[in-house]
Design a binder for this molecule. Structure first.
Ligand code: SF4
Length: 300
């Protein structure tokens, strides 16, 4: 079995920067005051553990405002997914030191939504309910932003009569799903302003995975179940190429049964997956492949 490394894969600039910020804050302030990340800094448990070992505590609540109530004092770090302005205000009012590790691509979407709302638009935001990124964006103007997740919701969306419309989206969605939802809205509301905000890192990883999937029998995606962009890599391989795709958190999750009769396996990784974990998965696949090869001497 040949193991094909799909590139680009793994860490994106937003994840690298968020980890750099959180580690620096943990080292600089950890000795003198509590340092807490409000939710997983990026959606990968290995990264969370590493940060905890570096002195950064975790408060994990889907509702960030509720989570904030559990932060006693010291420094609070907002995660790469962005945060609602109400939570920022509440943290400052509580006298907490605020560190923002929001990815610059997410900040750009926040700025865009702010501008659109200020110019009188009603914004349709395509995103996954329960994920922190949409929660942060919705907090900008809950009355002027409508969250939708599916084509059916795009078909059912009732536009306010008075306001011009705009549509934008979460940065880590499937490129293809999002296009279909946007097309549905454009068909219904031809004058809607379209701002596709899927980040470049997500686009490049999805395009590479779909391209590679044409030439392999199955794909392994290394990433966490919490990670939106990792889950989307599995989804796009399955939907665009009808090839099996398996999400693994570590090499221990690899099931040999997946690779029976497989001649080529592609490996990619979500934007929040540490490189070392992906290396271990590749090594385990290569070991599996070597074991499966007939011994050239004894098999004669
Ligand atoms: S996946 Fe995209 S939006 Fe998310 S942290 Fe990486 S670059 Fe930023």
């Amino acid at each position: 079995m040949e193991v094909v490394r799909i590139t680009p894969r793994g860490y994106c600039h937003g994840v690298v920067e968020a980890i750099r910020i959180a580690k620096r804050v943990g080292v600089e302030r950890g000795g003198s005051e509590p340092v807490t990340m409000l939710g997983h800094l990026v959606h990968n448990e290995h990264v969370t553990r590493e940060l905890q070992e570096a002195g950064v505590a975790l408060v994990d609540e889907t509702d960030r405002m509720k989570g904030l109530e559990r932060v006693g004092d010291g420094t609070v770090i907002f995660t790469a997914h962005g945060i609602s302005p109400q939570v920022v205000t509440a943290a400052k009012e509580r006298g907490l030191n605020v560190v923002d590790a929001t990815c610059s691509d997410v900040t750009r979407t926040h700025d865009l939504v702010r501008e659109l709302v200020a110019s009188g638009h009603h914004v349709v935001y395509i995103g996954k309910r329960g994920h922190p990124e949409p929660a942060g964006v919705m907090g900008i103007a809950p009355e002027q932003v409508t969250l939708i997740e599916t084509i059916d919701e795009a078909k059912a969306f009732e536009a306010p009569e008075s306001a011009p419309l705009a549509v934008t989206c979460q940065t880590t969605l499937s490129m293809w799903d999002t296009k279909l939802i946007i097309d549905t809205l454009v068909e219904r509301f031809p004058s809607i302003e379209v701002h596709n905000e899927i980040c470049l890192a997500t686009q490049e990883r999805q395009e590479a995975a779909v391209l590679a999937a044409e030439h392999v029998d199955c794909v392994v995606v290394v990433g966490s179940r919490r990670s939106s962009n990792s889950l989307r890599l599995v989804q796009v391989v399955q939907e665009k190429r009808q090839k099996p795709a398996h999400l693994v958190d570590t090499a221990a999750d690899l099931d040999p049964a997946w690779f029976r009769g497989v001649r080529r396996v592609g490996v990619t990784a979500g934007a929040s997956t540490p490189t070392q974990i992906t290396r271990e998965v590749i090594a385990a696949l290569e070991a599996m492949s070597a074991e499966a090869e007939p011994d050239p001497v004894t098999s004669r």
